[in-house]
Design a protein around this ligand. Structure first.
Ligand code: Q9C
Ligand code: ZN
Length: 334
């Protein structure tokens, strides 16, 4: 399978993250990409498709923010990574503030996504990998893999969060729409619900968002991904959520994914984007599902059974020692 990765994606390397009330080492490390590359035998560098397909999903002011925030942070006399600590909760009036802390809070839904001077370049490369995989599939490849790191599915139109800055799956789906594919489906099987992807396509009927994930009653991101969230307006019924409990194994995961695959088949999608996270693995350090390495091939075979041109976009997976084997197992199912 053709795979895509830009070397600049390795440059984003925050020092630490706020985790359960204290600072811990940042889990979303560059070594994740190196482990995957080693297991799949390398990847092609993506062609540069420019900023336009990114701006088709994200607000221009947010893209400016991602580029400028680290310099504003340094100009405010701060050392280290830029981290927000105050947020405009729902109901506050929109204010155009320029103080770096106000900008950070206005463009993030959590405090676990530090920005470094390299975050923009790395995430831009991650988005280009998603676009290259999408164009490979549009050009006739049965499936292609975008080694997106930093990941993307928590990033919304104008906010970052959950280690994500640019929503690579959404950028891929939108690029397929803009290339003339009338309906696109996104299947998200990362351990965490894809907050940003759901928000981006919430009121749209042309892109189906379907996710299996840990129940947000117990797990991050808490405020998104409950079973009764089904989209609105044109998008009513085009968001599908299947929250599952801690300890979930292949049988229950596969059954939930199977329901979503049936819905995707009925939707009439011309292209599928899979947000694939290996943080559902039994040994993941920040997650609580119990899939095995071999299980990923089974899940991928079920997905491949749809017969749709498929873009696989990497999301989470934090057990670096097993990540390469887990990704290779999944890709082997195609
Ligand atoms: N105490 C992705 O997998 N931290 N993002 C959770 C739990 C954020 C995961 C903290 C997890 C984000 C792409
Ligand atoms: Zn995840």
């Amino acid at each position: 399978m053709r795979s895509f990765y830009a070397p600049a994606q390795a440059t984003h390397a925050p020092q630490r993250e706020l985790h359960n009330g204290g600072f811990t080492a940042y889990a979303e490390v560059p070594a994740r990409a190196a482990a995957i590359l080693a297991a799949i035998g390398g990847a092609e560098a993506p062609r540069d498709h420019g900023v336009a397909p990114i701006a088709a999903v994200h607000d221009p002011a947010y893209l400016d923010f991602l580029r400028d925030a680290p310099a504003l942070w340094a100009a405010a006399g701060r050392s280290g990574d830029a981290i927000p600590y105050a947020f405009p909760i729902v109901g506050r009036r929109p204010l155009a503030l320029s103080r770096i802390d106000a900008l950070l809070g206005a463009h993030a839904f959590d405090a676990t996504t530090p920005l470094t001077p390299d975050s923009w370049t790395a995430s831009y490369g991650s988005a280009q990998s998603a676009l290259a995989a999408t164009h490979a599939v549009l050009g006739g490849e049965r499936a292609a893999f975008a080694l997106c790191r930093p990941p993307g599915h928590h990033a919304g139109r104008d906010y970052c969060g959950g280690y994500c800055h640019l929503n690579t799956a959404a950028i891929a789906a939108q690029a397929a729409r803009d290339a003339g594919i009338a309906k696109v489906a996104i299947l998200d099987i990362d351990y965490h619900h894809g907050t940003g992807t759901q928000d981006i396509f919430w009121a749209r009927g042309d892109v189906l968002y379907a996710s299996v994930h840990a129940d947000p009653a117990t797990d991050y991101p808490f405020y998104w991904g409950h079973a009764d969230e089904r989209g609105e307006d044109e998008g009513e019924g085009a968001t599908l959520n299947r929250p599952l409990p801690h300890g979930t194994r292949l049988d229950a995961f596969r059954a939930a994914q199977g329901e979503l695959l049936e819905a995707i088949a009925g939707f009439g999608a011309g292209l599928l984007v899979v947000s694939f996270g290996a943080d559902t693995w039994e040994g993941d350090p920040i997650s609580d599902f119990a899939l095995t390495t071999a299980n990923y091939q089974v899940l991928a075979r079920d997905i491949a059974g749809l017969g749709l041109p498929t873009v696989v976009a990497m999301e989470g997976g934090y057990a670096v020692e097993a990540l390469g084997a887990n990704v290779a197992s999944f890709l082997s199912g195609f």
